[in-house]
Design a protein around this ligand. Sequence first.
Ligand code: GCW
Length: 711
Amino acid sequence: MKLRSIIFTLITLAFFACNHSPTGDDGYDLWIKYHSIADQQKLASYNNLITSIAVPGTSATSTIIKTELQRGLNDLFGREITVVADDTSDQLLVVGTQEQSDIIKQYTDKAVLDTLGSDGFILKSVQNQNKHLIIIAANTDVGLLYGSYHLLRLVQTNSNLANLRFISKPKIQYRLLDHWDNLDRTVERGYAGRSLWKWDELPNILDPRYTDYARANASLGINGSVINNVNANPRILLPEYLKKVAALADVFRPYGIRIFLSINFSSPISAEFGIESSRRGGIGDLSTSDPSDPAVQQWWKDKAKEIYDLIPDFGGFLVKANSEGMPGPQEYGKNHADGANMLADALAPYNGIVMWRAFVYTPDTDPDRAKRAYKEFVPLDGKFRSNVFVQAKNGPIDFQSREPVQPLFGAMPKTPLMLELQITQEYLGHSTHLVYLAPMWKEYFEFDTYAEGEGTTLGKIIDGSAQRYHMTGIAGVTNIGDDRNWTGHFFGQANWYAFGRLAWDYTLSAGQLADEWIRMSLTSDNKVVETVKTMMLGSWEACIDYMTPLGLHHIMQEGFHYGPQPDFDDARIDWTSVYYHRADSIGLGFDRSSTGSDAVGQYFSPLREQFDNINTCPEKYLLWFHHVPWDFKMKSGRIMWDELCYKYDSGIEYVDRMVATWASLNGKVDPAIYAHVAAKLKQQRTDAGIWHDTCVNYFQTFSKRPIPSFK
Ligand code: GCW
């Protein structure tokens, strides 16, 4: 008996060690964790509102809705929610289209539903005699799925469900994640492990993570995924790979997520003909990929058919061409429109689209890299087929800590431009620094381009309202890898979250999104939520301050893009640091004014004039647009050199405060997450110091002024 009880104890302990490790939350569940609600009053109010759910639809998506709602509500409420037919219970949650449910038909207005398209939804509560209903209505099952996740989010954040009346539809149609994942499972600019896609196991073995990836994205409204790197390996289009891609598409489909592929423009070429600038040679049997060659056109038509036979809802192609060594139409004397249109024609019969990237900076175009995309693309406005997007990064250089908006936005009114943001922190401390990116993205969405007069924000261009686009899109270069917590840094999850929510509705505030994310992922303790939120909201500006304040850019370590390397000058000139900061005895910064490179001339008035004048140029862009004398008087009253040092100091101070703030939360948040973030913050503080010391000391060799102290 005694022995048996010892064995039992040992087994129990072993079980505890494996399953309830005192190390705590490993971050895997992201924001779709359904921890039981601690607030008893709230819980009681929810208990009065929902006791059962009815999901009358029969599709695979309907099944997911049922499972997710049951799983979520069971765990959140700590009791069993029953699934019933839609006419039985009094405290019922009904999820359906008008066709699926009489209740939905009775309580929703067809005219309102008609305005919601395929993805929008209505959430509302209905009181009818003794019956209290909550209904989620939409035109499609995917719309219902979005509505269901929204309801779960409301419960997860302990929101009020009484008198619900919420109507939502996405402002942007294509809401995509771009993966820079290679076929060998490395991830370009990925800092969270290897690629999620296990090519050697596909199509036969489906890692359960594929489903959790789809759940997480659907919970935000993300509806597409470009699963491979824009530096595309042509082999992705080989039949054996397409079968693997199709298997992933099958997993994603019921979650409303379509698959897209990055393609290599040289794909039709036989490997033996590999043209010089092709990184890898193609997979076809042709000797050219000239878009005007009928054999090349036919090759793509055949390929499109092959893809759509396997994946009927395939989304289309993303193309990086004539950029950073990737092949493209210019090798054959053709332009970007010629290349994009050939692919667009191949995809058009199946309603596929082409996303043609504007991230090009051929040196011959202009000595200033910031001007090149505009100069290449603006003349092509109106020349693209209707199923082509031109996809441009938010700024004219390359995902720097802060850039002014890419001037292409607004300057191609006849071409739908798709916005590309970077969620992975290539230039913002990888997965080591805590940098909440929603405030940066908000700055872009709210940036007034003046393209159609005052108030033409980037948001209004991207959502199509300013220039009447017939299709709209946004993409985020993802920070996801196969690390257990998906994003390397726990706080990286907040960026994935915020991107998805903003892609749906860019008018949501950075604060609200931080609030939601913290409550869903970390804690619902109001005080802790406020503390963490405040810390997150200032983190981007702090990162700019300790890395590249006042409009400095591109002074990071060559290749690696992590630490500082302001003296780097040993490469193609527009890859060096000295090309961008131009420090000399007179001052600092790139003169892009009308007397310099005249990049300001690519902006609409009155922005152009505002940026052009050193006295009216916003200080956050000062060194971006001007070569500023060291003793130039800043708004603070300090001279530029002192202000620069002040900014570097402030950045460090903020990180010190983050370290202290986080330490004050020890014991108030999950211990594993606490330890993980504390260790990362420590490294961030070290790195901020390195940025400060390296840059201040280096620039001092030009300013020849003492380093001021602000203590
Ligand atoms: O930001 C740069 C990166 C490259 C990337 C390129 C691009 C995928 O350093 O790694 O390549 O941009 O966006 O194409």
